[in-house]
Design a protein around this ligand. Sequence first.
Ligand code: C2G
Length: 153
Amino acid sequence: MDKTVITYGTFDMFHIGHLNLLRRLKAMGDRVIVAVSTDEFNQRKGKKTLIPYDQRAAIVGAIDCVDLVIPEESWEQKLRDVKEHDVDVFAIGNDWQGKFDFLEDLCEVVYLPRTKDISTTDLKRSLKRFLSIPQEDLSKAFEVLELLRRDLE
Ligand code: C2G
């Protein structure tokens, strides 16, 4: 009997923390369903996203350990999804520890350790810092790097 695992998330600026989580889900079962937060729902979550829903859903759907992508449009849909998709395990990062224990009557609830030192927030901050460097300073830095690379050849 196939074991179905479900998770929910924004998956903005897809990174290794997201991939690690999805791979762990695949290791826990046979079928992985990912509910990707819509842009409207992210607004309700108070979360600003850079990448629109259709692209975030397409990227998650292209990951080989993901079998089905559905939209996450509300907090309440988890109960319906678990029943509708005959889910055996609900899993999510432990930044949500305890928040979804109400699902325990319907399926196993697992909170997984987050991947350290990576988050969409940090990526956005680094990108902002990088883009605030004056263009001429960047050009000079790249010239120096090129000279160093040649010296090392
Ligand atoms: N994650 C992780 N390690 C990181 C970053 C994220 O394991 N370094 C996990 C999160 O714990 C979550 C998933 O990747 O399980 C997606 O993270 P987000 O896109 O930030 O999801 P979030 O906005 O927390 O949405 O109803 C639940 C919410 O929709 C979860």
